[in-house]
Design a protein around this ligand. Sequence first.
Ligand code: PGA
Length: 256
Amino acid sequence: MDKVYFGTNIKMTKTIAETERFLCSICDNSLLQKDYLVPFVIPSYTALSMAGKLLKDSPFLLGAQNMCWAESGQYTGEISPAMLEEVGVEIIEIGHSERRHIFGETDQMINRKVLTALSHGFTVLLCIGETEQEKESGLTKEVLSTQLTQGLLGITAQPGKIWIAYEPVWAIGTQGKPASVGYVERIHIYLRRIINGLFPTAGPEIPILYGGSVNRDNASRLIQAQEVNGLFVGRAAWTPEGFWEIASIALKDFIQ
Ligand code: PGA
């Protein structure tokens, strides 16, 4: 793949003012001129309107951390596709491990969101990953295959608008243990086989990003692993310095 996907999900960590300061800082970097970089940022809902205006003419793609499968109606606490379109969102992150494991999202709910997002022309960033217990029980491949095939069930058009993020649950967050590059590579090769099987024509163009304790020390080796087409970073990219330091490392090794 001739592009590097690089972005961060800010989760529930920055207010509007903090997000604005962060975005203003990351918007000014010469790497943004590189056409092989696909940069994206996924702030909290309340910051999206500001972010949509601020990023309007920048190469950054703007994402939302979740979306309801329904168009509108009696869904207290949810956010609709039209609401996200209205503020300039282009990517919908669906099925992050915190959504699955803290808020009980199932593959069926995730699939409904995927289909709704695609029908609105959004890019879908579908997150998948096994828990530590599933890994220890030898279920990793089975779990990932189910999450992929169930999450992408019923897609007939627009596979070109799908991105996948492989994020092992045990590697995410402050309690996470970074995965070895060899492990990540084996899993990405496996995921690529499934994706190409599901979408024989468009499959090879669907990027597979890696996320989970990505940092300045492992970014270079991760991005060079087979079938790793991008990095999806949390904590380590929540400062402008961290964001661009890791992106620069990833890009430097990509272009060599
Ligand atoms: P982390 O988060 O980089 O802080 O481990 C990754 C993620 O949840 O996407």
